[in-house]
Design a protein around this ligand. Structure first.
Ligand SMILES: Cc1ncc(COP(=O)(O)O)c(C=O)c1O
Length: 376
């Protein structure tokens, strides 16, 4: 039996009647764009994040885009983010005409290294976007202190970290705005594209609600130019059902991460399991190990029907799309080393102990064969 990286069908099976009813209800109401289901979800998600406003959008990328638009970021500006993230974090920066400025990572957490942040700030820096990668909160106290000192707004990218906490605070409560993705495979995933932006700021809330809906103030009045970046009613209804289950799903992911770490403790000394500081609660969107034999191990697992992944194999500063930024290999050494060594093992709430045991036993077999090869 194949062990997938993520199994969305297994989750649907556990909540099918609730989901089917929510979809049917939305169709009966023909509330396809925003509407009461989406509004209900916005209210519940704001409460979940412990913030005043949640704005339902059609993707996490749209949330990042609108966060920066709301701050009037454009040509000549710079926005700082991690060199090790999904391209959607930096894409809107460049699309708005600003320059993405990358910072290397802390090799233990894979998140932006605050010790390298201040030297990246210039008078043109208009925002800092820490990413809570893999569900692990970024080092927010140190980042916020530097941002405050320079009076630069912080936008959290929490696309992979719904429900994670940092020193008892939820992600989404520390930056000026926070962007979430509900891409289907995320900890809280829709059945299509969806996202949200959360904030405690009333003015930004008002502006972003206009920006997501063609700058509307009423049906036929448009105060500013915006987009059609609204949350679909059906996605809102699905997300509202799934939000109720998120705490138990996140708890299951954390328990799986502990079990993997325990199982992996005696497989091979070269394997590095995830590091979680005592003051954070990561939600393990991904369970990422590192090993020097990453590519061979990935192939070995794949050949035995175990799906692993690499998030992400090409650092942002090495992406062809950013050739114009003039970066060189070697500029962000921790990011580059991580890109060579990281491997994401299958993780999702419904994953069974027996499946994790098979993953780890297959890894043990790989390392034993390799040791033998190294000796002969
Ligand atoms: C770190 C990060 N930022 C942003 C995004 C963009 O979200 P979406 O795919 O919903 O546009 C994603 C997810 O794909 C992500 O993982």
């Amino acid at each position: 039996m194949k062990i997938p990286l993520v199994d969305l069908h297994a989750q649907y099976e556990t909540i099918k009647p609730e989901i089917d009813a929510a979809i049917q209800r939305t169709i009966d109401r023909t509330a396809f764009i925003l509407g009461p289901e989406a509004k209900q979800f916005e209210e519940n998600f704001a409460r979940f994040c412990n913030v005043k406003h949640a704005i339902g959008l059609d993707s996490g990328t749209a949330a990042l885009h609108l966060a920066m638009m709301a701050l009037n970021i454009g040509a000549g500006d710079e926005v700082i983010t991690s060199a090790h993230t999904f391209i959607a974090t930096s894409e809107p920066i460049a699309l708005l005409g600003a320059r993405p400025v990358f910072v290397d990572i802390d090799p233990r957490t894979y998140n932006l290294d605050p010790n390298k942040l201040e030297s990246a700030i210039t008078p043109r820096t208009k925002a800092i976007i820490p990413v809570h990668l893999y569900g692990q909160p970024a080092e927010m106290d140190a980042i916020m202190e530097i941002a405050r000192k320079h009076n630069i707004p912080v936008i959290e990218d929490a696309a992979q970290a719904h429900g994670a906490t940092y020193r008892g605070r939820s992600v989404g409560t520390m930056g000026l705005m926070t962007c979430f993705s509900f891409y289907p495979g995320k900890n809280l995933g829709a059945y299509g594209d969806a996202g949200a932006l959360v904030t405690n700021d009333d003015e930004l809330n008002h502006k972003i609600r206009m920006l997501r809906d063609h700058g509307r103030t009423s049906k036929y009045e448009h105060e500013i130019s915006g987009y059609g970046f609204r949350l679909d009613g059906i996605q809102g209804a699905i997300l509202d059902v799934k939000l109720k289950h998120l705490p138990e799903w996140n708890a299951a992911r954390r328990a799986h991460a502990d079990y993997y770490t325990e199982l992996l403790s005696n497989v091979d000394a070269s394997i590095v399991t995830p590091y979680e500081p005592a003051y954070v609660k990561a939600v393990y969107h991904l369970y990422v190990i590192r090993t020097r034999q990453r590519d061979e191990l990935l192939e070995y697992l794949k050949a035995r029907d175990i799906e692993a992944g690499i998030h992400y194999p090409v650092p942002l500063h090495m992406q062809p799309v950013y050739k114009n930024l003039g970066h060189q290999r070697g500029e962000f050494p921790e990011t580059e080393r991580a890109a060579q060594e990281i491997l994401s093992l299958p993780i999702y709430p419904e994953l069974a102990h027996a499946q994790m045991e098979r993953v780890v036993e297959t890894m043990r077999e790989f390392y034993q064969k390799n040791k033998f090869k190294a000796k002969s």
